[in-house]
Design a protein around this ligand. Structure first.
Ligand SMILES: [Zn+2]
Ligand SMILES: [Zn+2]
Length: 176
């Protein structure tokens, strides 16, 4: 299974966004949103103000639903997002990126771009019937989403923190 680079990037950004809601919330300041924007290579407009932060935070619940729903529900959510924002796919080439699809204008608000780009990425996941690549963290106390694109589907934890915590717990259990 191979997803295109922009699909992988959109999925990774959406998962990172959703997981920022896991306690302690790591998206409470505009600086944290700026880091998210830079970290995931976003281009296009942003206001950088508190209203944008609030609107992006408000996307976390619907994006979580989109990434974790079963297939038919995910299809409905994708179609609803694309219709609501009147997504028009077109091929573009910018910076050092070869042709890829943009379905939303670069000057659309950041939360709208996140929603449409996640929906576009989910089109690939749904068509390939690879929704099992998205799961909930195996840590008992964590609801983070795991994006596993590895060949042997070996990822069980949403973060190295969750992975390490469980490795230590397993080690201690073995020592007892
Ligand atoms: Zn682009
Ligand atoms: Zn986790």
């Amino acid at each position: 299974m191979v997803f295109t680079d922009d699909t992988v990037a959109s999925l990774a950004a959406a998962v990172d966004l959703v997981n920022s809601a896991e306690p302690p919330d790591t998206l409470t300041e505009t600086d944290q949103l700026k880091n998210f924007f830079v970290r995931h290579g976003y281009t296009g407009s942003r206001t950088g103000d508190a209203a944008e932060l609030e609107a992006v935070r408000a996307q976390r619940a619907p994006m979580r639903r989109l990434l974790t729903s079963e297939r038919d529900t995910a299809v409905e959510l994708v179609n609803a997002i694309l219709a609501r924002h009147r997504a028009v796919p077109r091929l573009v080439r910018h910076d050092d990126l070869d042709y890829h699809i943009h379905a939303v204008a670069a000057d659309a608000p950041l939360p709208v771009r996140i929603a449409v780009e996640t929906a576009m990425a989910m089109i690939d996941v749904i068509r390939a019937d690879e929704l099992s690549r998205l799961s909930i963290c195996a840590d008992d106390a964590c609801e983070g989403i795991v994006l596993d694109l590895s060949r042997n589907r070996s990822r069980r934890y949403c973060s190295t923190a969750c992975g390490n915590r469980n490795a230590v717990a397993a080690y201690r259990a073995r020592q007892r």
